[in-house]
Design a protein around this ligand. Structure first.
Ligand code: C5P
Length: 407
């Protein structure tokens, strides 16, 4: 995974609400992106999660008390408030927002929030009525006037039967908002606020610990699409098989080896607005799990190997009963009757669009720098593009996807 928050330090203030359990997941997401996290728990937070759990996930101690001999001697709350790149408050309860708006400094969390000059991001979480209350609206306006950023809350299912805005933003949304606040994500472009998932590269299907089945995909087109989507402002997750390419800038990369790992990583990365399946997934894998021992030559000829079919990742996601991305894009690498096969593939896989290319040996597409593609839609329309560099194909595809999403 590319570390979009590499060497950034986040002071995470966890407030006292049921969403505090999601703050634990937030610690993990921030660390995945390369950040170090210093957790601070209010007394209320400790009713929901323990400092030990926060410390275990952060890999460092969690702070809870204003007058804590150990940390006062070592660092102290003023230092805590300075030695970071940003402060994130998640969940920010109505009470915590009120205390911040009033400039209170009665415990460690509010003292840090008053003492800090760092950028602050709040992820509010509270009951719908509390969020709608004029007092909370006033406090929110005061905090925004003070330059504090707010992400969420989202509408949706909550602990109480009411529904409406109040549910804390998801950990990845908070991490994205933090990156935007720190200027680490492009702030404009047609895909700002969108989530894009891309698969890329080949998969390797182990035969034994040293041998595997693979194909010639270089991952260049998929990686270029991920980079172009990030440049267009999207939050991008790239699930990549083994490739010899650098991680594209500003993209969260999940590295996998096999088709089954790729499917699991794709499912974990959802939801997404656009899912682009550019990986050349191995269609088959050896039936028997690779053991830890190399298969030996014993002079009687090759060991028999039976193959079984891999899951079809594109079809699985395109046919998902719930949470299907609004735009699902497949690729078709064909050596003949490219368009005809691509049309059939749309119907078979249930995707919205197929990007088809001719990978016959004379084209040099596989592993090469150029690509000549046809973009085929579910309604049967075909656009045939001239031969272009893979980066340019990626830019045009991303613009095309953004246009379809906006329609
Ligand atoms: O069936 P075929 O391999 O030609 O389909 C290609 C498209 O399906 C590509 O978008 C590829 O990423 C996707 N695919 C997949 N999982 C598989 C096989 C193909 O996602 N097991």
């Amino acid at each position: 995974m590319i570390e979009t928050l590499h060497q950034r330090r986040v002071l995470l203030v966890i407030g006292g609400g049921i969403a505090a359990y999601k703050a634990l997941d937030l610690i993990r997401r921030l660390r995945e992106r390369g950040a170090s996290v210093c957790p601070v728990l209010t007394a209320g937070a400790q009713e929901f999660v323990t400092p030990l759990a926060a410390a275990a996930l952060a890999g460092e101690r969690a702070h809870t008390d204003l007058f804590d001999r150990a940390s006062e001697a070592e660092i102290g709350h003023i230092k805590l408030a300075r030695q970071a790149d940003a402060v994130v408050v998640a969940p920010a309860t109505a009470n915590l927002m009120a205390r911040m708006a009033g400039g209170h400094a009665a415990d460690l969390a509010t003292t840090i929030l008053l003492a800090t000059t760092l950028p602050i991001l709040l992820a509010p979480a509270m009951n719908v009525q509390m969020w709608a209350h004029p007092a909370t609206r006033r406090n929110r306006a005061i905090l925004e006037g003070d330059g504090i950023r707010i992400v969420g809350p989202n509408a949706g299912r909550m602990a109480e039967p009411e529904s409406g805005p109040g549910r804390m933003a998801e950990p990845n949304e908070i991490a994205d908002a933090l990156e935007r606040m720190l200027g680490l994500q492009a702030g404009d472009g047609p895909l700002v606020g969108r989530r894009v998932l891309v698969t890329s590269g080949p998969t390797h299907e182990p035969i034994d610990p040293v041998r595997y089945i693979a194909n010639r995909s270089s991952g260049r087109q998929g990686h270029a699409i991920a980079a172009a989507a990030a440049a267009a402002g999207a939050a991008v997750t790239l699930v990549s098989g083994p490739v010899a390419l650098p991680d594209p800038p500003g993209v969260a990369v999940v590295q996998v080896e096999t088709a089954r790992e790729m499917l699991a990583a794709v499912e974990a990365a959802l939801p997404a607005d656009i899912a682009v399946f550019a990986a050349a997934v191995a269609d088959w894998r050896p039936e028997h799990e690779a053991g830890t021992k190399k298969i030996k030559k014993d002079g009687t000829g090759p060991a028999p190997m039976s193959l079984v079919e891999n899951p079809d990742i594109l079809a699985t996601i395109a046919r998902r009963p719930a949470g299907r991305p609004p735009l699902v894009v497949g690729f078709a690498a064909e050596t003949d009757r490219v368009i005809e096969h691509a049309r059939a593939k749309i119907a078979r896989k249930g995707c919205d669009l197929i990007v088809a290319n001719d990978v016959s040996a004379e084209g040099g597409v596989m592993g090469g720098a150029d690509n000549a593609v046809h973009v085929i839609r579910r309604d049967g329309t075909v656009e045939t593009w001239p031969r272009l560099g893979k980066d340019e194909v990626a830019r045009r595809l991303v613009a095309h996807f953004a246009g379809l999403l906006a329609d």
